[in-house]
Design a protein around this ligand. Structure first.
Ligand code: FAD
Ligand code: DLZ
Ligand code: SF4
Length: 510
C-alpha cells in the first residue's frame, strides 16, 4: 500500500542526480517530482547563453530519465503559458495541481534560494522539509564544527581532514607518497603540443536543439555565444567526459595546472566542474576514479593529488566558508574598491592579449580555467581596484559552472581579497612577469611585459605597484607582503613616481 502523504519534490537545476537526498527519501508510488525552468533563475544575474542552454537541456534530459525510472514527473518549461517565473510561484501552482501535502527539497546551493524556501511553509500552509545535500563530503554543520574556535582557517588543514575522512590517497594514517601536497611540482609553463587533449564534445540532440532555439529567442541580449554548443547534457555524457579526461589529460594535469597558452582553451584541465556542480557527476566518485588511475600506474601522484585536492579540498572548503559567512560575505570590500568593471570584460576589446584571450574564450565557451580566472581577469580587477561586487556578478554570470556557493568565495575571497584574507593569506596580485612566465600571451601583445612604466609598458606592471602603494595601510603588516614593501621602499623617489603616474594613466583610460 502506498503512503497517505504525497510529497512534492522540487529538484533544482543543479541537483540532477538520481541519488540526490530528496529522491532517496521519496516514494515513486505517491510522490510527484517537479522541475521548473524559471525566468528569475536565468536573469537574477544575466547568465551566459550557453549556461542557460546547458542547464535547461540537462534538466529536460534528467526529467526524461526520471520518467524512465518510474517517477511521476511534472516538468514546467520556460514558455509554458502559466509559468510564474519563480521557484515559489511554481511550487504554489504544483501544490494546487497535485494536492500534495508536503514539500521535500534538498538544500539549495545559494543563500538567496534558501531564504526564499524558509518562507514556503508559512506561505503554502504545508510542511516543507529541507534535506542535507549528501553530494558533499563535509556537511555545512561539520564545517561549522571544524571552523569553531579557529582564529585562522587554512584550506591545507581542512584538506588533510577530508583526506582522512574519505581515505583518498591514504596509506594507513599517512598520506600516499609521504606528503600531503605536491603543489610545488605543479608549476610548469606549457608548450604548444600537437597532442594536447581536448574535452569530449557532444553534438546537440533534438532536445538541446529546441533549448538552443528557446535561449536564442528569449535571452538574445545576454552575454555569450550560443553557436558551437558542445556540453554533454546527461549523466552518461558526463561519464564519457570523465573517462576521457582520465585517459588523455590527467597524467599531465599536475605539471601544467598553472599554465596558459594562446589558443589552447583547456590544456590539461578536466572541464568537469560544469557536470559536477549540476549533479551529473558525483564528486567523490570522480576522485575515486582518479585515485584508481594513480594506483594502476596510469597517472603520477602529483597529478592525482593535485586534482583530488581541488575537489575534496578547495571545493568543499569554499562551500563551507560560503555557508558560514553568508549573508554578510557578499558585501565584503576590504580595500573599499569602487571602480566600475571595465567594458572589455564583456566585449573583449582590449589590447592586453592575456585579457583578450580570457574574455574571448569565456564568451565562446562559458569556460576559462583556474589560472585565467585567478591571475588574468581576477588579478587585473584586483590591481585596478574594481568594485568586488561587480566582479562577483561578472563571474557568476559568465561561467557555466558558476553557482554562488562556489563562485563567491573564489571571487570575493580568493581572487579579490575582499574578505580581508579569510581564504588566502595574501592577495593573488602579480605584475606582468607572472603571466609572461606561465603563458605565451605576451608575444602577441601590443604592450611590452619587460617595460615597467610609460606608454607601451605592460599595464599589470605599474598597476601592481600602485595597488601595493594604495593599500599600504591594509597590507604592510601582512608578513607575506613585507618583502615587496621593502623593494618598493628601496626604489628611488623618481621611480616610484613614475610607476604611480603610469598606473594613473592606465586607470584613467579604463
Ligand atoms: P580543473 O582544473 O580540471 O579542476 C578539477 C576540479 O576541481 C574542477 O572541476 C572543480 O570541481 C574543482 N576545483 C578546482 N579549483 C577549485 C576551486 N578553487 N574551488 C572549487 N572547486 C575547484 N569553480 C566553479 O566550479 N564554479 C565557479 O563559479 C568558480 N568561479 C571561480 C571564480 C574565480 C575568480 C576563481 C579564481 C576560481 C573559480 N572557480 C570556480 C574555481 C576553478 O577555477 C574552477 O573550478 C575550474 O576552473 C573549473 O574548470 P575544470 O573543471 O577544468 O577544473
Ligand atoms: C542557473 C539556473 C538557471 C539559469 N535556470 C534554472 C531554472 O530555470 N530552474 C532551476 O531549477 N534552476 C536553474 N538554475 C540553477 C539555480 O539557479 C540553482 O539551483 C540555485 O541557484 C541554487 O543553487
Ligand atoms: Fe598581458 Fe602584459 Fe603580457 Fe600583454 S604584456 S599579455 S598585458 S601580461
Amino acid at each position: 500500500m502506498g503512503r497517505l502523504i504525497a510529497n512534492l519534490i522540487l529538484i533544482l537545476g543543479d541537483q540532477l542526480s538520481q541519488q540526490i537526498a530528496s529522491l532517496e527519501a521519496a516514494d515513486r508510488e505517491t510522490d510527484i517530482v517537479l522541475l521548473v525552468e524559471v525566468a528569475e533563475e536565468a536573469s537574477y544575474v544575466r547568465h551566459h547563453k550557453k549556461k542557460i542552454a546547458f542547464l535547461f537541456s540537462a534538466m529536460r534530459h534528467f526529467a526524461e530519465s526520471l520518467h524512465g525510472a518510474g517517477w511521476r514527473v511534472d516538468y514546467i518549461r520556460l514558455d509554458d503559458a502559466q509559468n510564474s517565473g519563480t521557484f515559489g510561484g511554481e511550487v504554489a501552482r504544483a501544490l494546487d495541481r497535485h494536492g500534495c501535502d508536503h514539500v521535500l527539497v534538498t538544500e539549495p546551493g545559494e543563500w538567496r534560494v534558501q531564504a526564499d524556501m524558509a518562507r514556503w511553509s508559512a506561505r503554502f500552509g504545508v510542511p516543507v522539509k529541507i534535506l542535507t545535500d549528501t553530494r558533499f563530503v563535509c556537511s555545512r554543520a561539520e564545517f561549522e564544527t571544524w571552523a569553531a574556535g579557529r582564529k585562522q582557517f587554512r584550506m591545507e588543514y581542512f584538506y588533510r581532514e577530508m583526506r582522512r575522512k574519505t581515505g583518498l590517497l591514504m596509506e594507513g594514517d599517512a598520506p600516499a607518497g609521504g606528503k600531503w601536497n605536491f603543489d610545488s611540482e605543479n608549476r610548469k609553463p606549457a608548450k604548444a603540443d600537437l597532442f594536447m587533449p581536448s574535452p569530449v564534445m557532444f553534438a546537440p540532440d533534438l532536445i538541446t536543439q529546441d533549448v538552443l532555439a528557446l535561449v536564442e529567442a528569449r535571452f538574445a541580449d545576454h552575454f555569450g555565444d550560443l553557436s558551437g554548443f558542445w556540453f554533454g547534457v546527461t549523466g552518461e555524457d558526463a561519464e564519457e567526459a570523465l573517462a576521457h579526461f582520465i585517459e588523455a589529460a590527467l597524467p599531465r594535469f599536475g605539471d601544467y595546472q598553472d599554465a596558459m597558452l594562446e589558443g589552447e582553451k583547456y590544456l590539461y584541465h578536466s572541464v568537469l566542474s560544469v557536470y559536477i556542480n549540476t549533479g551529473l557527476l558525483d564528486p567523490l566518485e570522480v576522485c575515486q576514479r582518479v585515485e584508481a588511475a594513480w594506483k594502476s600506474g596510469h597517472a603520477p601522484l602529483n597529478a592525482a593529488e593535485g586534482f583530488i585536492r581541488q575537489i575534496i579540498g578547495w571545493r568543499e572548503y569554499v562551500r563551507g566558508i560560503y555557508w558560514l559567512k553568508m549573508p554578510d560575505y557578499v558585501d565584503g570590500n576590504f580595500f573599499g574598491n569602487q571602480r566600475p568593471l571595465p567594458d572589455f570584460y564583456w566585449s573583449g576589446e582590449t589590447d592586453m592579449a592575456c585579457l583578450r584571450a580570457a574574455v574571448k574564450q569565456t564568451r565562446e565557451e562559458a569556460y576559462a580555467h583556474h589560472i585565467q580566472r585567478l591571475m588574468v581577469t581576477g588579478n587585473f580587477a584586483l590591481l585596478a581596484g574594481i568594485d568586488p561586487k561587480q566582479v562577483h556578478e561578472w563571474y557568476l554570470a559568465v561561467y557555466a559552472d558558476a553557482y554562488e556557493w562556489v563562485e563567491l568565495p573564489n571571487t570575493l575571497g580568493m581572487s579579490q581579497f575582499a574578505d580581508g584574507g579569510l581564504l588566502g593569506s595574501k592577495p593573488y596580485a602579480a605584475s606582468g612577469n607572472y603571466i609572461h612566465k606561465m603563458s605565451d600571451h605576451c608575444k602577441n601583445c601590443r604592450y611590452d611585459v619587460k617595460q615597467k612604466t610609460g606608454e607601451g609598458a605592460c599595464p599589470f606592471n605599474p598597476l601592481y605597484w600602485d595597488f601595493l602603494h594604495r593599500n599600504r595601510d591594509k597590507l604592510s603588516d601582512n608578513p607575506r607582503m613585507g618583502q615587496m614593501y621593502r623593494v618598493w621602499d628601496k626604489m628611488s623617489e623618481e621611480k616610484r613616481a613614475s610607476y604611480l603616474h603610469s598606473a594613473r594613466a592606465v586607470l584613467d583610460a579604463l
